[in-house]
Design a protein around this ligand. Structure first.
Ligand code: PGA
Length: 247
């Protein structure tokens, strides 16, 4: 399976900024299809501008409604996301868990809606600083992974290990931390095939190469550093000059 690098813009960007980001990444990649799979997850309002008409990267959404359709003001359904060109959707990001009450049963419903629309979920898990200090990491990951139990075992899936203490803090996990979490998650997935496991949390072009090599991860979910197309390209190892790990 090829590696996967996901840009999560969170609540950032305008249509103009998205357009220039896409132009810059396109120029970095050039005519050859990238070796790794790339996904950009912009806000809904700039999905069209962030897309690549040449298909060198895919679109992902940052969230999806747990409902199919109907009277849910402000929500966006999985079918709408697919219709807008998305192939992936982030489900269970820690910011959604914390600020918007996305928890077990809601997340299971979101995963089901994503599947109905043919979207591949990027399912995020990770412990908080306190849980880590109390030695609860494995329990927390096991509980969070329960939302996946209803899934068909052969459905393509991405799992992102994103320790909450590493997100947006500049304090990335060590490659050893990530390798151990990967092992825990692989165990919880119990041999399920076709799953890519990513690391996310303060990934930069300076730490990407070491983290990738040392952790055995299949790629990264990148927040802050993905807003700069050159940084994202470098993290994904694109562009000849640069490449993952160059400062
Ligand atoms: P960060 O965010 O790279 O800015 O730490 C990662 C994420 O939240 O997906």
């Amino acid at each position: 399976m090829s590696r996967l690098f996901v840009a999560n813009w969170k609540m950032n960007s305008t249509r103009a900024a998205a357009k220039s980001w896409a132009a810059a990444l396109g120029a970095r990649i050039g005519a050859r299809a990238p070796e790794s799979d790339l996904v950009v997850s912009p806000p809904y309002t700039v999905l069209a501008e962030a897309a690549d008409p040449r298909g060198r990267w895919s679109l992902g959404a940052q969230n999806v409604s747990q409902h199919r359709d109907g009277a849910y003001t402000g929500e966006v359904s999985a079918a709408m996301l697919a219709d807008a060109g998305c192939r992936f959707v982030i489900v269970g990001h820690s910011e959604r868990r914390r600020h918007f009450g996305d928890t077990g049963s809601v997340l299971a419903a979101k995963l089901a809606r994503a599947r109905e629309a043919g979207l591949v979920p990027i399912y995020c898990v990770g412990e908080t600083e306190e849980e880590r200090a109390e030695g609860l990491q494995s329990e927390v990951l096991a509980a969070q992974m329960e939302a996946l139990l209803e899934e068909a075992a052969d459905a393509p899936l991405v799992v992102a290990y994103e320790p909450v203490w590493a997100i947006g803090t500049g304090r990335a996990a060590t490659s050893g931390d990530a390798a151990r979490a990967r092992e825990t998650l692989a165990g919880l997935l119990d041999g399920r095939a076709g799953v890519r496991i990513l690391y996310g949390g303060s990934v930069t072009r300076a730490n990407a190469a070491e983290l990738l090599a040392g952790s055995g991860m299949d790629g990264f979910l990148v927040g802050g550093a993905s807003l700069d197309p050159d940084s994202f390209a470098a993290i994904a190892g694109i562009g000849g000059i640069g490449g993952a790990g160059r400062p």
